[in-house]
Design a protein. Structure first.
Length: 340
């Protein structure tokens, strides 16, 4: 069988990497993406061969539309040439439209019903949708898919990333100090578009003479350059893209927007704070079971960091129990491939 994966974000690449590796043993695989800094660099780290077609559309609606139209036009030629039997994506709008247009069955994953624009453009056109069990099916039914075509899997996507064996890269920091890592929000996503609450959080954490290393893992080159200019030597803005697990291995506390890396951190047992930039079911689940603390006020986050670092609590036993309870979504994918 020929299977086409359209992989658009760093999370998608890390989530799909083990699936692509397993499926490629018995099937012919085409992996496409777009020219997007973190995806390109992570594909090299993970040894995933990506065919780059098109680019990220930026933060404006017309920019996103223009990039999507151009990308579909160029993708179509590649897909027709490859002639896949099946498409797998994380609700890629371009993959959905092309697959529907030329009659390819499309299996999609999603844990992001809050990404309304992407859901409206993709969900009505897919044949099967796979979602984490903590998200009600009705959150996707409202976008135009039958409940019978949605399958739950008992895992959150970050568990796939955390469980996968990967090479841990050495990252040099002053180990005499505690290390705090901050992940800014996805400011170019349609569901956030330009909000930069993380700037205020970085300011509060880094002001004065604080006894920690403050590392910021930016998403885009433009975000990286802006943060360097704004905060100077008060923080360490990572120059290169790294596998998040390498960075989290040397992290004493993580502050994230509530997305995938927040979940990764929590499932690696790192004390984790979410500033909940895009409220979602996965973040709510992790807060509910006590693996993540939620705080949205930058000043209160600074106080909470000090408290959590002084407590020096670990969630090792609970993390192991949670991880062990989660299944591999790959098994659900292979079941559905056989059915359709």
């Amino acid at each position: 069988m020929k299977i086409w994966f359209d992989i658009l974000t760093p999370k998608q690449l890390l989530f799909f990497a083990p699936m692509v590796s397993k499926l490629s043993k018995n099937h012919k695989i085409l992996c496409t993406s777009r020219n997007y800094r973190e995806v390109v660099e992570l594909s090299k780290i993970k040894n995933i061969n990506l065919k780059l077609i098109g680019k990220h559309g930026g933060s404006t609606k017309d920019g996103k539309l223009h990039s999507s139209i151009q990308r579909m036009n160029h993708l179509l030629n590649e897909v027709v040439k490859f002639a896949p039997d099946m498409t797998v994506s994380f609700c890629s709008p371009e993959a959905a439209r092309i697959s529907y247009g030329i009659g390819i069955k499309h299996i999609a994953f999603s844990d992001s019903p809050h990404a309304e624009a992407v859901m409206r453009l993709s969900v009505p056109l897919v044949q099967k949708l796979l979602i984490p069990w903590v998200i009600p099916k009705n959150e996707f039914v409202k976008y135009g898919i039958s409940k019978n075509d949605i399958t739950h899997y008992k895992a959150i996507d970050a568990s796939v990333i955390v469980k996968e064996k990967s090479r841990i890269e050495k990252i040099n920091v002053d180990r005499s100090k505690k290390t705090i890592v901050i992940r800014p929000e996805e400011t170019k996503a349609a569901y956030i578009l330009g909000k930069t609450e993380s700037d205020n959080i970085i300011y509060e954490i880094s002001k004065g003479d604080k006894p920690y290393n403050v590392i910021v893992l930016a998403r885009y080159a433009s975000q990286k350059n802006r943060l360097k200019e704004k905060f100077g030597k008060k923080v360490i803005v990572m120059d290169k893209v790294v596998d998040g697990k390498s960075l989290l291995k040397i992290t004493d506390l993580f502050v994230g927007s509530g997305g995938t890396m927040t979940a990764e951190s929590a499932l690696m047992g790192v004390p984790t704070i979410s500033y909940d930039a895009a409220p979602n079911y996965i973040e709510k689940y992790l807060v509910r079971i006590g693996l993540v603390k939620r705080e949205t006020n930058p000043k209160k986050i600074s106080v909470l960091i000090k408290k959590m670092l002084n407590e020096n609590k670990t969630n090792g036993k609970k993390v192991r129990m949670v991880l062990n309870s989660m299944e591999d979504p790959y098994l659900k994918l292979t079941e559905i491939i056989k059915k359709i």
